[in-house]
Design a protein around this ligand. Structure first.
Ligand code: CTP
Ligand code: MG
Length: 181
């Protein structure tokens, strides 16, 4: 497969994991997942991880995967590539894993003394991808192996931090997010 085909296939396969964070920023707020409770001196997760944001994120990612399934044939023909489709379990596992990774990262941030919104380079940019792939690998192992070929994984590892930094900077400029990371 061509380089362009690999890049398009990789981004297509990851889109249901990319969108949840942005949906959480847009729709988040309200009751925190940890109910305001502490673990030791600090919050378990903090006010940045809410029920609304988490549910909105998983819903948005799952709906997007469904939309991509509908568009797949036409988009593939337009680009001249074969694009991956998302079985229902994968359509849920990718966004759920992404949200889980983000939540685990906040847990780690609080345990290492970082307040809500503090930057944690590398973890901030890759937590959700690693967790999305890990959950997909557990829930739909064959699909994950066939979809995330070594070539596509390389693209994901390079493109994800760049996309994440760009969208977060954009959300910051638009006043949707308190910090640009
Ligand atoms: N958000 C949410 N629920 C989630 C994830 C995010 O409501 N599960 C919303 C919150 O309003 C949050 C914003 O999206 O403030 C930005 O997300 P993120 O950068 O992940 O959270 P931070 O506020 O920076 O908190 P943390 O330091 O824990 O990452
Ligand atoms: Mg943050």
């Amino acid at each position: 497969m061509s380089l362009l085909g690999t890049v398009i296939g990789a981004l297509w396969a990851m889109l249901p994991a990319y969108i949840p964070n942005n949906a959480a920023v847009l729709f988040g707020g309200g009751r925190p997942l940890d109910g305001g409770r502490n673990l030791g001196e600090r919050r378990i997760l903090g006010d940045g991880k809410t029920w609304r944001g988490t549910i909105a994120g998983i819903t948005a990612g799952t709906l997007l995967a469904g939309l991509l399934n509908v568009l797949r044939e036409r988009a593939g023909a337009a680009f001249g590539v074969t694009l991956p489709s998302f079985p229902t379990a994968a359509a849920v596992a990718l966004p759920a894993g992404a949200m889980l990774g983000d939540i685990l990262a906040s847990f780690l941030k609080r345990r290492t003394g970082r307040d809500r919104g503090a930057a944690f380079p590398v973890l901030d940019q890759l937590d959700f991808v690693a967790a999305a792939l890990a959950l997909a690998a557990v829930v739909v192992p064959n699909w994950t192996r066939e979809t995330f070929t070594p070539g596509r994984l390389v693209v994901v590892a390079i493109a994800t931090p760049a996309l994440h930094l760009l969208t977060n900077a954009g959300a910051y400029v638009l006043g949707l997010k308190d910090e640009p990371w």
